[in-house]
Design a protein around this ligand. Structure first.
Ligand SMILES: C[S@@+](CC[C@H](N)C(=O)[O-])C[C@H]1O[C@@H](n2cnc3c(N)ncnc32)[C@H](O)[C@@H]1O
Length: 331
């Protein structure tokens, strides 16, 4: 478990199992504090010695569990991600589905991608066996009952430790999921998707994927500010939008070949839309987000992101992309 500094206070990262939570309450769980490059990591534990050591070090500690963003964030991803049928069609085409293909919608949320894959199969007159998997029951709770009954299987599971045997699937799709895994764990999800694919299988991702670090850093910062204002505390520690070269490296290092960028659209960001979907309609939060964006996105980056101020709304674009790769058959 990591402990993060948030607003000057130390908070524990939420992803705790019920057993770990109990251990934290009992005070016998070890905690490692990573403050910054200037501070060496300090090993503390949540028993009395933890607080004594903290006091000795002069740290003002308040140990509170972070709000798990996935427990409180209830949005329409189709609306927020500006999903178009033609983009879903590209994603489905990339998976090379055939009669009886087994396909996994990983980090499925309420299953919109899986539903589109079933519709695609019907349109192609083929049968597919669809598995839906996500870590958060709260997100899956909004899955339509009809989709649940059409799916071969619906599972709670972590992409970093996928609950499937080796070589289970012909294809895996992951839309807007990888950026929700902490940066240092993202390679693990690619390795896991490689492991559970059959030889010859396809892994396709759809995500906001950048070309350069300047735009990537600005977007990560803006989204972090939005998440802070929205109260999505765990996102502040976990989320990381990556670049194309980083995605290529993660695919290749996991063992994939034929790594390709196959589709790209401009993904329009609108702060008014975020206000209504994620900031509880609060005009002060909108104003704070707008001010932050104007200060954070400046100079030529503003032009490159096509930033526009339209009254209360700030709009800009980032690249939404689909990348695909193959688990090569042994020759
Ligand atoms: C932005 S949502 C996208 C949902 C869906 N793919 C879509 O586009 O409609 C990200 C999803 O990833 C899930 N998630 C986050 N971390 C996960 C992990 N480590 N393993 C599995 N699912 C995870 C969340 O619960 C959430 O449903």
């Amino acid at each position: 478990m990591d402990v993060w500094l948030l607003d000057g206070k130390i908070k524990t990262l939420l992803h705790l199992s019920p057993a770990a939570r109990k251990a934290l309450q009992r005070g016998d769980l070890d905690i490692y504090v990573h403050l910054s490059a200037n501070h060496p990591s300090i090993h503390l534990s949540s028993n009395d010695a933890f607080w004594a050591e903290a006091k000795e070090l002069g740290l003002q500690l308040r140990c509170t569990l972070l709000t798990d963003a996935f427990e409180v964030r209830k949005v329409s991803f189709e609306s927020l991600h500006e999903v178009m049928d033609k983009d879903l069609q590209v994603l489905a085409d990339s998976l090379q589905l055939q009669q009886n293909s087994s396909v996994l919608d990983m980090m499925c949320g309420y299953g919109a991608v899986g539903a589109s894959l079933l519709a695609y199969a019907t349109q192609k007159n083929i049968k597919i066996s669809l598995t839906l998997c996500d870590l958060h029951e709260t997100q899956m709770a909004a899955m339509p009952p009809a989709l649940r009954s059409q799916a071969h299987s619906v599972q709670i599971g972590d992409a970093r430790n996928a609950p499937f045997p080796d070589e289970s699937f012909d294809a895996v799709a992951n839309k807007m999921g990888n950026h929700d895994v902490p940066h240092h764990e993202q390679p693990t999800t690619f390795q896991e998707m490689f492991r559970i694919l059959k030889p010859g299988g396809v892994f396709s991702i759809w995500d906001v994927i950048f070309d350069d670090a300047e735009m990537q850093d600005a977007f990560n910062d803006v989204i972090r500010r939005k998440d802070l204002l929205a109260g999505y505390e765990s996102y502040l520690c976990d989320r990381y939008f990556f670049r194309k070269d980083q995605a290529e490296r993660m695919f290749r290092e996991a063992g994939f070949t034929e790594v390709k960028l196959i589709h790209q659209v401009h993904y329009l960001q609108s702060t008014l839309k975020r206000r209504d979907a994620e900031l509880g309609g609060d005009p002060r939060k909108l104003q704070e987000l707008n001010q932050y964006i104007l200060q954070r996105i400046s100079g030529s980056l503003r032009d490159r992101m096509q930033l526009k101020v339209l009254g209360d709304d700030i709009q800009f674009v980032v690249p939404n992309r689909i990348m695909t790769a193959i688990k090569k058959r042994a020759s």
